[in-house]
Write a protein that binds this ligand. Structure first.
Ligand code: 5GP
Ligand code: MG
Length: 491
């Protein structure tokens, strides 16, 4: 945990899906749903299905389109299944961590797709290893699978899941297959999204509603924090079990700011609307009158349109223009081995349209500053093509601490705001002015109290009990051994 990148094992921000259908193979709907969730993970993609007799699995590296051939898809049989796209994080560039995780136990076959990150993996793994479980990866998902398999030897499915929830601590949105039964499970504080949809001939569970849309389905509702949803066989409805209640939720605000698709609806809010509202609030909190407002594509676009709209509503004549062009074929700049490589990648990725910028004052809007690479490069590029003034406006508060809950935010040493104040960051990126959005504006735009959000990366106080970090609420990680003993006496 020392470098802050890992709590216990690699952090994972991923996409999960599960379907149960009548008389129809699950593979293709799962495949399309994974395409819709591609932004949540590009390292690997996988599908596990069950045809009532046996489990089938295919996991491939790379983008969804590269991970499956036609033959691969034809090989995963059955009308129930789950899928996963995995986000690339440092040190995980191999297939041992690819998902869905699948395994056969005495208690039947299990498949698991996990989005989120446990913070007590090592404790649970050590306890299971002590009673004979052998592990093939250092990931937290395998730990959940083993704990569940062990519980399934002793009790029914619902009690087994509940007991596992009493052992694991952290962030998890899961789709699970037990033999041919598909389930969805969201951690008691609902950190990562998970929703239920109705599609032709059955039901789907997915990280984001955009996956339901691509199947021409209807969003039914979000899976509730602490809820287990079991899809009926042959696509017939679903059952709900509220297994654990927490006093507060810990929704990740960064899903709305950066991570989720703008066309997804999470916990009742359309992400696009939230981003535009954040943009409007950004104008209210820190208006600056310039000739033109430029979004950093693609993540800054909705913020910038909200910002420019609010400016116009205030009678300020500002042009909203696409003055930065993005090369779609350049890979991610975010996780690059060296700062030099990251800078070069930003230059390849974004090119200013000089006619929009030259001899004008500009406001550049992005969703977030992590290391500061993008902002400082952009300010320089815009000055190079003759911008008179460059003002930066950021749709999130300063990111001061790492994420342990599944978004790869780098380490404290790499976070520019971890030990610099806004004035120093402005100087470092050489902008004429710099403002971030307040935490209250985020809570206000989401219509949630601060107590119901995970704000760990912007406050340094987490909604989970993480070794060596502060918490903003009364939570404690389950004690090894105790929870099992306690749970045994439970209903
Ligand atoms: P920086 O260049 O300051 O290190 O990162 C800021 C940029 O990275 C912003 O444009 C933002 O959209 C993007 N960003 C923020 N969080 C993430 C993330 O978790 N992954 C990736 N790929 N980009 C991110
Ligand atoms: Mg961006």
């Amino acid at each position: 945990m020392s470098d802050g990148r890992y709590a216990d094992g690699p952090t994972e921000k991923c996409g999960v899906v599960g379907v149960s259908l009548a008389d129809r193979d699950a593979a293709r709907p799962l495949y399309y749903a994974l395409y819709a969730l591609q932004h949540r993970g590009q390292e690997s993609a996988g599908i596990v299905t069950h045809d009532g007799f046996q489990q089938y699995s295919h996991v491939g590296m790379g983008l969804v389109g590269d991970a499956f051939t036609e033959e691969d898809l034809e090989g995963v049989n059955g009308s129930t299944g789950i899928g996963h796209v995995r986000y690339p994080t440092a040190g995980s560039l191999d297939s041992s961590c690819a998902q869905p995780f699948s395994v056969s136990f005495k208690s039947g076959s299990l498949g698991l797709s996990h989005n989120g990150n446990l913070v007590n993996t090592d404790e649970v793994r050590a306890e299971l290893a002590a009673v004979g479980h052998a592990f093939t990866s250092d990931g937290d998902t395998e730990v959940i699978a083993h704990d569940l398999a062990r519980n399934l030897l002793q009790e029914d499915l619902i009690r087994a899941v509940k007991r596992t929830m009493g052992r694991i601590h952290g962030s998890y949105s899961l789709t699970i297959m037990h033999d041919d039964t598909v389930m969805g499970l969201r951690d008691p504080q609902g950190n990562r999204p998970l929703c239920i949809g109705e599609i032709d001939g059955g039901y789907i569970l997915a990280s984001e509603s955009a996956a339901i849309d691509v199947l021409d389905g209807d969003l039914v509702r979000d899976v509730r924090p602490g809820e287990l949803v079991i899809l009926g066989p042959d696509g017939a409805g679903f059952d709900s079990y509220q297994l654990v209640d927490a006093e507060h939720t810990a929704h990740c605000f960064f899903e709305y700011v950066y991570f989720a698709r703008p066309d997804s609806r999470i916990d009742g809010d359309l992400v696009y609307d939230v981003r535009r509202e954040l943009g409007r609030r950004l104008w209210e909190e820190s208006p600056v009158e310039t000739d033109v407002v430029l979004p950093v594509p693609d993540s800054g676009r909705a913020f910038a349109s909200g910002y420019a709209e609010a400016a116009k509503a205030d009678g300020v004549d500002v042009e909203f223009a696409e003055g930065l062009m993005k090369n779609r074929y350049v890979g991610r700049t975010f996780i690059m081995p060296t700062q030099d490589a990251r800078e070069r990648a930003v230059r390849l990725k974004l090119n200013p349209i000089s006619d929009v910028v030259t001899d004008r004052t500009v406001t550049v809007i992005d969703d977030s500053i992590v290391r500061g690479t993008t902002s400082s490069q952009l300010v320089r590029l815009l000055r190079d093509v003759g911008a008179e003034e460059v003002h930066m406006r950021i749709g999130a508060p300063p990111i001061v601490a790492p994420c342990y809950m599944g978004i790869d935010m780098a380490t404290r040493e790499e976070l520019i705001a971890a030990d610099e104040d806004v004035g120093a960051i402005r100087e470092a990126i050489d902008a004429d002015s710099l403002s971030y959005l307040s935490i209250d504006a985020i809570a206000g735009a989401l219509g949630e109290s601060r107590a119901d959000l995970c704000l760990g990366c912007v406050t340094g106080e987490y909604p989970y009990d993480i070794e060596g970090e502060a918490t903003d609420r009364e939570v404690s990680r389950p004690q090894v051994g105790d929870a099992r003993a306690e749970a045994t006496g439970d209903d």
